[in-house]
Design a protein around this ligand. Structure first.
Ligand SMILES: *Cc1c(COP(=O)(O)O)cnc(C)c1O
Length: 414
């Protein structure tokens, strides 16, 4: 049996919606489908304003620029994440300051505290696998008088906020909740990724959810950002196409990162049934894995839900107690031989060439290394049937047993 690691939802509803875009609206770039998709994100999360862009990465660059972050400024990020979390800051000249994570894969709030300097302009927590970070603690930290006093605002927006911006890398967390509140609303700004491997996809894309505190006006900021994401042009091609709409202005030095309608159509069909169908199916898969692996004392289950948090099950981050990197790689090799696609989330940035060259050292992030060294991500996506999940479970158990790491598996793990 061949079970790929990830597959997007391309069903009759998606095809219908894309067909509608091509044959009825005839509109390819940003237009009615994008605005409908934004409305769906507002409905799903309850935010006042949601702006769709062409990727998470470009959306993050846009929002860091919106907050006037640039050369010399520091952005605190977890050491355990996909590289885009760092690159969005580096590509506007800012410095990503990496801090270690806790055993739930998410950023350690005490490590954030220790990393804050007068140059800190933003903090980017990442909801790894769709499991929310400690938002009450993070928001309390940035609002502490000593943190506010250290903040050195250089522009009007920075003066109004008066503290570092909390910009959530919510690439994984569409549909996750924290104290019953949906991801997208848990900090100042949250950005979902709509890349092809994510829970909801537009092929490539992202959605910026605004939850800025008073006195910011989220709807007014949305109007500005719509232009800011379109070269600073205050009218989209769609608006210019309306009768008499030819005249426009360039109101700011923006980026060109708007989402095309043809892409929005794909995500629109998915998000309409996300809460009712797609997310529950994902959770069923997650729970089938949990039920099977909880019977094995070598399996460390990924964080899923507790009294305040509930994951949206973007990734199934299985860890194998007691194995080292080499044994983990061998288990992966054996799993792959059964036709099952697995992955590792993530190779820590500090182990990748670019970041090593910039002086980041994995030895500074021991917990990140510990999580990475024995982690294997299993397939989890809509359409993965109960039989296929059972096949994956057998492949993992069989491969673990074949590698024969029993002697060290118990006691040293964790
Ligand atoms: C996918 C991903 C991104 C980047 O998303 P794009 O839409 O591809 O730019 C950023 N952060 C994390 C944690 C991701 O998994």
């Amino acid at each position: 049996m061949h079970i790929p690691f990830s597959l997007p939802v391309i069903d009759a509803d998606v095809i219908h919606e894309v067909n509608d875009c091509l044959t009825n609206t005839g509109w390819l770039t940003t237009g009615p489908k994008v605005r409908q998709l934004e409305e769906e994100f507002k409905k799903l999360t309850g935010v006042e304003a949601a702006l769709c862009v062409n990727s998470w990465t470009s959306g993050a660059m846009l929002m860091l620029r919106w907050f006037d972050i640039g050369p010399g400024d520091e952005v605190i990020i977890p050491a355990y994440t996909y590289s885009a979390t760092a690159l969005c800051a580096m590509n506007i000249g800012a410095i990503p300051v990496m801090v270690d994570v806790k055993d739930d894969f998410n950023i350690d709030v005490e490590k954030i505290r220790a990393a804050i300097t007068p140059r800190t302009k933003a903090i980017m927590p990442v909801d790894i696998g769709g499991y929310p970070c400690d938002y009450d603690e993070i928001m309390a930290l940035v609002n502490e008088p000593s943190v506010r006093a250290m903040f050195q605002p250089a522009t009007d927006r920075q003066k109004v906020l008066g503290r570092p911006l909390v910009l959530v890398d919510a690439a994984h967390s569409i549909g996750a909740t924290y104290k019953g509140r949906p991801a997208g609303t848990l900090a100042d700004v949250s950005i979902f990724s709509l890349h092809s491997v994510k829970n909801v996809t537009t092929g490539e894309g992202g959605c910026i959810c605004l939850s800025l505190p008073h006195p910011f006006d989220n709807k007014a900021e949305y109007q500005f950002l719509k232009a800011f994401a379109l070269n600073g042009q205050n009218k989209s091609a769609f608006e210019k196409n309306q009768a008499g709409g030819w005249r426009y202005d360039i109101i700011a030095q923006g980026l060109k990162v708007n989402m095309p309608d043809i892409c929005a159509a794909i995500g629109l069909a998915q998000i309409r049934k996300y809460a009712s169908e797609l997310l529950p199916e994902r959770k069923r898969i997650f729970e089938q894995y949990n039920a099977a692996f909880s019977k094995h004392d070598w399996a460390i289950l990924p964080p899923y839900r507790n009294a305040i948090k509930e994951s949206c099950g973007h990734l199934y981050l299985l860890r194998i107690a007691g194995v080292d990197e080499e044994q983990r790689d061998e288990i992966i090799r054996l799993i792959s031989e059964t036709g099952v696609g697995v992955n590792v989330h993530y190779i820590p940035m500090a182990m990748l060439t670019l970041f090593k060259e910039k002086g980041y050292r994995i030895s500074d992030y021991p917990n990140t290394y510990k999580l990475y060294a024995n982690e294997i991500s299993l397939p989890i996506y809509n359409g993965l049937t109960e039989d296929k999940v059972a096949y994956v479970i057998d492949a993992v158990v069989g491969s673990y047993e074949a590698v024969g790491c029993f002697p060290i598996a118990i006691g040293i793990g964790g």
